[in-house]
Design a protein around this ligand. Sequence first.
Ligand code: SAM
Length: 311
Amino acid sequence: MSSSSAKVGRLTLCPTPIGNLRDITLRTLDVLREADVIACEDTRRTGVLLDHHDLRHDGLTLLSLHEHNERERVPDLVRRMRDGAHVALVSDAGTPLISDPGFPLVAAAIAEGVPVQALPGPSAAITALVASGLPASSFRFVGFLPRGGGELTRLLGGCSETVVAFESPRRLADSLALLARLDPQRPVAVCRELSKLHEEVVRGQAAELAARFAEQEARGEIVLVIGAGGQQGDRRAAGEALEALVEAGARRRPAARVLAGLTGVSANELYRSHTPGSGQEPKRESDATPVDGPGTAEYEATGAADSLRRA
Ligand code: SAM
């Protein structure tokens, strides 16, 4: 169907399959079947999808829109929409704009008052997140994982929620090795070739996965899902705080208990690992009482201060 003056021009963002060509919604098929223009990264790849679902029609224009021509292409597409064309935007796979082209087009369309609608559909990031077995109610999507070790350390070190990142198979082993150095027990899922023939989700601790992928380079497309960090960093910070408090005159045991309440790190673990000659069994009977007790985690800042004073 070609554009006519009676039609209202618009932009529809269409997610496409990340592997299995049947992972496309009925609405997306409708839009691709009736659009005047499909803007896509690679006309050949999108052509395969259109042929598979028999979506080609008279009057359809397929235009490439990729990172190298995006700036020049956008004014032309906006003009077409203002003239009444329905433009569908797709990327090679998944949801456009998610580490894919499209943002300048969406921004320009909105600025020009062209209606923009996003259809729900596949994205490797979300599929991996929910397959990972890691908490999904709050997460951080970071696009492709940074290459620099320092940047990666900063990103992962301070993150207390699940991190979702695209990763190349060549760099996976290095990233896992770095992660294992930062926190060997950090939970990780390597989600590979989702919805494809060789789909695989490998779940485990950073150290295990680093060892596994050091032996054999992974193949295909990968999303790395990394569980919340913190325990390792928290342990270190809590240990340092314990030493500072003891130096300032606080008694070690109550201070450990208070810090446990504030950080979630086990009071026993803190006490033992930061007591000179630690690892020894307590000698006095009173020392045998576990430092962790009911309500330890319920300490709040005021309670903590009171407890220190009492100590
Ligand atoms: N916009 C896309 C989306 O929403 O899924 C992502 C585009 S990004 C340029 C491509 C990256 O997504 C790949 O390098 C890989 O990390 C991830 N990816 C895409 N398809 C995948 C699949 N089937 N399985 C695992 N990861 C995939």
